[in-house]
Write a protein that binds this ligand. Structure first.
Ligand code: GDP
Length: 444
């Protein structure tokens, strides 16, 4: 489960909020000074969000030193591995120096999304405290009363984008630790005669596809279970590979339609090119479709055995790909011969490796460290003299890697800046060649 840490100085209501989220009755607060308690963890439910919530209240007496020192020490440990933090202040008493210091420190050091919570916001006495909470520089504070259960809907709104919903995308199940033995779902697409059937037959080591459709298998894609060096593979076969169409002028359309179908089922898609024909617009269209669908793409140039002037051909195709797929840099390009089997081991190796990166989750702390550097290298623009503020980034999903950036007026960011972000994210965090999605979310 994602971990959410509750931070703040003593008496702001951290434990009350913890109990509210975990659904326990208020109790358990041991006031004995000098008693070191472990930090409490519990399973929290907030509407349909599920996460582990961590209450740092018990650590307050654990360390000697000034209040801010202690707050820092308790937080640093608790933030390890967390997805987000709730920074709680007391709206009734207003901000203290310690709150302001702590917020500044969090902004600079925490490296993960922080939501300011103005607690004890019931009633009019809290209004000025709530206004002050804006000054923390942590975005719009969530006004709530942990004790009275008010403001939970706002807290939900603030947390929801940060917490992946388990029910949201069933295919995402277990995406953080892709089991080593999960079958690789691999599709091979390309124009007619690129050599798809030959390649699959070679990989399978038998003339399976040429034996014609088996009973019950007609037009739909099916998966052929198979093993490569002891690892499970499901080759997504498409009707188009079996069916040799008779009407030549329909071939091109069929290739795209079949490809699309296979892509739906695949994790990694190999676009097979014919070395004797080179790269054509149709190939780029298929490649583009694969990336649009968020799949990991590999380009394999087939019939390399009969290719002439190989290095010029290779560089030409590579260049045309980089130009034609400007939105995704670094798609792997390999050469193979489906006929002789040359290059197929490398192809499979790269396919497994690519799936692994496509499925990886970048730790939030590393992600935000990168985010800061990226903004230092190339600060966001300042339309009308006011700099656009980007506060933090989180990875909402894997497969494909999907990120959410939070900040203000993000809709004013020019496309060129968005492209800069995507490209340096891809380069710096080992996501080369992968489709990446970044959603911008401005605070209200
Ligand atoms: P598909 O329509 O993409 O399934 O293409 P096929 O597998 O039917 O292959 C089309 C033609 O290309 C056949 O005549 C194959 O023998 C030939 N072919 C496929 N792979 C290779 C290869 O690696 N080298 C050479 N020289 N010919 C190939």
């Amino acid at each position: 489960l994602p971990r959410v840490v509750i931070l703040g100085r003593p008496n702001v209501g951290k434990s009350t909020l913890f109990n509210r989220l975990v659904g326990k009755k208020l109790a358990l607060v041991d006031d004995q000074p000098g008693v070191t308690r472990d930090r409490r963890e519990g399973k929290a439910r907030l509407l349909d969000l599920e996460f582990t919530v961590i209450d740092t209240a018990g650590l307050e007496e654990a360390e000697a030193g000034s209040l801010s020192d202690r707050m820092r020490a308790q937080s640093r440990a608790a933030l390890e591995g967390a997805t987000a933090a709730l920074f709680v202040v007391d709206a009734r008493t207003g901000l203290t120096e310690a709150d302001r210091h702590f917020a500044r420190w969090l902004r600079q050091e925490a490296g993960l999304p922080i939501i300011a919570v103005a607690n004890k916001s019931e009633g009019r006495a809290a209004e000025s405290g709530l206004m002050e909470a804006f000054e923390l520089g942590l975005g719009d504070p969530v006004a709530m009363s942990a004790e009275h259960g008010e403001g939970l809907a706002d807290l939900f709104e603030a947390l929801a984008p940060l917490i992946p919903e388990p029910s949201d995308e069933p295919e995402d199940e277990g995406d953080e630790d892709l089991p080593e033995d999960a079958p690789l779902k691999l599709a091979i697409v390309g124009r007619p005669n690129a050599g798809k059937s030959t390649l699959i037959n070679k990989l399978l080591g038998q003339n399976r596809l040429l034996t014609g459709p088996e009973a019950g298998i007609t037009r739909d894609s099916i998966a052929i279970p198979w093993e490569w060096q002891g690892r499970q593979v499901h080759l997504i076969d498409t009707a188009g590979m079996r069916r040799k169409a008779k009407v030549v002028d329909k071939l091109e359309k069929l290739a795209v339609a079949d490809g699309r179908h296979a892509v739906d089922f695949a994790e990694v898609v190999v676009l097979l090119l014919d070395a004797t024909l080179g790269l054509e617009a149709q190939d780029l269209r298929i490649a583009d479709m694969v990336l649009q669908e968020g799949r990991a793409l590999i380009v394999a140039i087939n019939k390399w055995d009969s290719a002439e002037d190989q290095s010029r051909l290779f560089n030409g195709i590579k260049k045309a790909l980089e130009d034609g797929l400007a939105q995704v840099k670094g798609v792997p390009v390999l050469t193979v011969s489906a006929l002789t089997g040359k290059g197929l081991d490398v192809l499979m190796e790269v396919a497994f490796e690519t799936r692994e990166r496509w499925s990886r989750r970048v730790p939030t702390a590393a992600l935000n460290r990168w985010f800061e550097h990226a903004q230092e290298r190339n600060p966001p623009p300042a339309p009308g003299g006011r700099r656009i503020k980007m506060r933090y980034i989180t990875q909402a999903r894997t497969r494909p890697p999907t990120f959410i950036v939070f900040g203000n007026r993000l809709d004013e960011l020019p496309d060129s800046y968005n492209r800069y972000l995507v490209n340096s994210l891809r380069d710096d965090l080992d996501l080369k060649g992968l489709p990446i999605r970044i959603n911008m979310r401005s605070s209200r």
